[in-house]
Ligand binder design. Structure first.
Ligand code: LMR
Length: 330
């Protein structure tokens, strides 16, 4: 009940709102760049809500601007821009931290988590919160996890069974685990920035992709695919990062207030993400009537097909960590 009330609020906000504040002279400016849509998207809505709070509560001291749709930076250059302090806040998906740490590989392991709520519970546990420190040695600072949801599969032909993916090329995020996942299906992969995916699908450069309902819908991937398979096979979510120098440069009262607003927004909006994805799935259904639901037996075949990925990465990720993460499944 609470969830749907909150989602109603989130979706009511899916109208263009202020994406950029007018920063006053003397205010500390925090730019946030995201590659996804802003309105009607879990990450975009959370970023906008945070900016609204910062701009109201810290008015005169700090000002936050949000740029969406890779308008400011793309996957390829955003991390360097953060290290150079050209942007102060990012929320890359956990799969994009591979050059900096392998600590987040656990989130890419297919069929590890039963659903996004299990991921959220794991991230909020002591073990999950410890992961926030994984980027400290790189000069970046993990502030908290933002949720998107479970990934679905699609291609230029319907994917009902693992063998349907054989021989196709899938766009992937830059993650070794994800590459192995498609390798296990006998498929090829191409690492592409999020901003390039629609064109690559439309031109046939790649034939398939995996993503959450909110990304598939807001970027219209489904319009250039033959159906979307409701596989919920793995998680896609974010780590909000800033650079340590910027955080340390903030006056203590501003930093504390900002971190409080961040925590508040994170907890509140991570609950929205689930409902936003449900809504985006309904939107895809309404527009295409082409969602492939899998029987438990079919799902079992996908699970089995991805087993080699577990064998390949279990030691690297840590068998104890995997078992602990699994304990958050209901
Ligand atoms: C992707 O590249 O598919 C996603 O990480 C995009 C995003 O930020 O959700």
């Amino acid at each position: 009940k609470t969830l749907s009330i909150l989602a109603g609020m989130a979706l009511a906000m899916a109208v263009p709102t202020v994406t950029m504040a007018q920063c006053d002279p003397g205010e500390i400016v925090a730019k946030m760049s995201v590659v996804t849509a802003l309105q009607g998207h879990p990450k975009g809505e959370t970023a906008l809500a945070l900016a609204e709070r910062v701009n109201s509560k810290l008015d005169g001291k700090m000002c936050m601007e949000v740029y969406g749709n890779s308008e400011l930076f793309t996957d390829a250059d955003e991390m360097q821009a953060l290290l150079d302090n050209e942007v102060q806040l990012l929320a890359p998906s956990l799969s994009k931290f591979e050059p900096y740490t392998s600590a987040f590989r656990i989130f890419d392991l297919p069929f590890l988590f039963d659903g996004a709520i299990a991921v959220l519970d794991y991230q909020n546990s002591v073990a999950g919160q410890e992961l926030l420190g994984a980027l400290d040695p790189s000069g970046l600072k993990g502030l908290g996890f933002w949720m998107n949801g479970m990934k679905q599969l699609s291609a230029t032909r319907p994917l009902r069974l693992p063998k349907d993916a054989e021989g196709l090329t899938f766009r992937i995020q830059p993650s070794d685990v994800i590459e192995a996942q498609f390798g296990a299906l006998g498929a090829e992969t191409k690492r592409l920035a999020f901003s390039k995916v629609y064109d690559a699908l439309a031109s046939g450069e790649v034939q398939g992709q995996e993503n959450t309902w909110s990304n598939i819908h807001t970027k219209k991937f489904y319009t250039v695919q033959d159906g979307v398979t409701e596989s919920n096979h793995a998680y896609l979510g974010y780590l909000v990062v800033t650079n340590q120098e910027f955080m340390e440069s903030l006056p203590e009262d501003v930093r504390n207030e900002f971190l409080l607003l961040f925590e508040l927004t994170t907890h509140e909006y991570n609950r929205f993400a689930y409902e936003i994805n449900e809504q985006r799935a309904r939107d895809v259904w309404d527009e295409t009537k082409n969602i492939i639901s899998l029987t438990p037996e079919e799902l079992g075949e996908w699970r089995e097909a991805f087993q080699p990925v577990w064998e390949q990465f279990a030691d690297d990720i840590g068998r104890d960590r995997i078992m602990l993460a699994q304990s958050f499944n209901a």
